[in-house]
Write a protein that binds this ligand. Structure first.
Ligand code: LFR
Length: 492
């Protein structure tokens, strides 16, 4: 049989990738065809995505594939959560989509929670409270862009919007719908109650489809422009984290947790249904929709953003380090010199990350990191300690015992962070695959095209196809002492 090729268009906050996947000799073969920066643009006091630039970059990748004479079965886009584009029948795009870190939601967020109450929003959605969520951005649009909303037919979350540009079919896939904090996972519809309460225009909300839905063929315009024939556009898990969790190479038992590690750290377990109760609300955990009707019960915490932004600051000052260098430098730095609470609000969108970290250390009576090595060490140790706290809470909230932590995504390339995670959590860490999101995307396409028949089959194929590295916990006493210090910082 001829190889069947699927294309994953994977959009992250730092970079986008066009990945070509096919199954050969019972293994998935994945190839990066094109990579490009996606980063947000600061413009006239706001933070936006150059979404059409991203769309063009994806087409460059598709043309590279077509130029090799490869016939593609299907393609699918996945992206970060929350953000959206507005459009109507005549206008493909009505405004540059806001980046979730844009400050416009800050005051609206607090106000929205006061007017309706956290309990109501949480019982409707089961979603973690974060000022970045779509709900607060749409409220901002109602207040400051009502002229724009009045001419919009619909909004679409980022990956679903690009799937729409490819196929002409406007649907929100459920995993991405759930990141909006306007989706009700019990009723499996948009939350009418929240829509009404916040005066959001009902017509903006598109139909929701399940993960692995064939939307339809690529548009005729794109097909001829890019030399692609008979390509189906599939809504896989449009949410990158959803696709990554589908590709965790775990078995059917339930004693494992995942950490999807990139700009964000998404750490959690897979549940058969949402868990919406007071304890979960108090802990601010989330119930995102996963592949096959599962629930991704997790905590969304800051991740390598701390290091990415520090790196950007050093770059501006003329000091260039790649991530491998930063890891090696961190390894040689003094252990546990200073710790931060990665969750502190000052780290959400600072102008200068190293300065924000230094200010945290000053405020808490710790020595300020002096060099990139010390900053990197402080960031990685603090993240690992937060993983520990989060896993313990997940065990308490779900009644599960977690014995293994699967780390997937770009962050799993940091062997230092993997070892720290094993040490801090006292659990075995299984690292890889790095490209879990693109893999999940490709294999859910294979599922949609009836080449694979279940989540278990997807995971088994991932396990057979990629090398997974193991890290055993070490230095228990030092890490448990550090955990005490960390807990004190967190309870300030
Ligand atoms: C990860 C991610 C997270 C989401 C954050 C913002 O890439 O999708 O799951 O909370 O980006 O959208």
């Amino acid at each position: 049989m001829k190889n069947r090729y699927y294309v994953a268009c994977d959009l992250g906050a730092e970079s986008g990738r066009v990945m070509l996947g096919s199954v050969s000799d019972g293994k998935l073969v994945l190839e990066e065809v094109h990579r490009f920066p996606t980063g947000a643009v600061r413009i006239q006091g706001s933070l936006r995505w150059n979404i059409l630039g991203i769309f063009e970059a994806l087409k460059v990748g598709l043309r590279k594939i077509a130029a090799r004479g490869i016939e593609v079965v299907s393609l699918s886009v996945d992206s970060w959560g929350v953000d959206y584009a507005l459009f109507n029948e005549r206008q493909p795009l009505l405004a540059l989509p806001y980046q979730y870190r844009d400050a416009r939601t800050e005051k609206r967020y607090t106000h929205a929670l006061e007017t309706i109450g956290r309990e109501k929003i949480f019982s409707e959605t089961g979603i973690q409270f974060m000022s970045i969520n779509t709900l607060y951005h749409l409220i901002a649009d109602v207040e400051e862009n009502s002229d724009l909303l009045s001419i919009a037919d619909q909004f679409l979350t980022i990956a679903d919007y690009v799937n729409y540009l490819f196929s002409g079919v406007a649907r929100v896939e459920v995993s991405l719908a759930s990141t909006t904090q306007i989706y009700n996972p019990t009723k499996k519809t948009w939350s009418d109650e929240l829509i009404r309460h916040f005066n959001l225009p009902q017509r903006l909300f598109p139909p929701i489809v399940s993960s692995g839905t064939i939307l339809g063929p690529i548009t005729a315009e794109l097909s001829s422009e890019n030399n692609l024939r008979d390509v189906e556009v599939v809504a896989t898990c449009s949410h990158d984290t959803g696709a990554a969790v589908a590709a965790v190479p775990a078995g059917a038992d339930d004693d494992w947790a995942y950490l999807s590690s990139g700009t964000w750290s998404l750490i959690g377990v897979e549940l058969p249904e949402p868990k919406i109760d007071d304890d979960v609300l108090q802990g601010n955990y989330t119930n995102e929709a996963g592949f096959g009707g599962t629930t991704r019960f997790l905590k969304n915490i800051v991740g390598l953003w701390l290091l990415q932004e520090s790196r950007r600051s050093w770059q501006r000052a003329g000091q260039e380090y790649d991530y491998a260098e930063l890891n090696a430098m961190a390894e040689s730095a003094e252990p546990f010199r200073s710790l931060i609470d990665p969750d502190d609000a000052r780290f959400l969108s600072p102008e200068d990350m190293p300065e924000a970290i230094a200010s945290f250390c000053r405020d808490t009576g710790q020595p300020e990191p002096q060099s990139p090595s010390e900053f990197a060490r402080c960031i990685l140790e603090s993240l690992a300690l937060l993983y520990r706290e989060t896993l313990d809470t997940i065990e308490r909230l779900t009644g599960r015992t977690i014995r293994r932590l699967h780390i997937v995504g770009g962050g799993s390339q940091s062997t230092l962070l993997n070892q720290f995670a094993a040490n801090a959590t006292g659990r075995k860490v299984l690292a890889g695959p790095v490209e879990a999101t693109a893999i999940g995307n490709v294999l859910i396409q294979a599922y949609a095209m009836k080449d694979l028949d279940s989540l278990a089959a997807i995971r088994e194929l991932v396990g057979k196809s990629f090398t997974i590295d193991e890290f055993q916990p070490d230095e228990p006493q030092r890490w448990s002492d550090a955990q005490q210090r960390f807990a004190t910082l967190r309870s300030r």
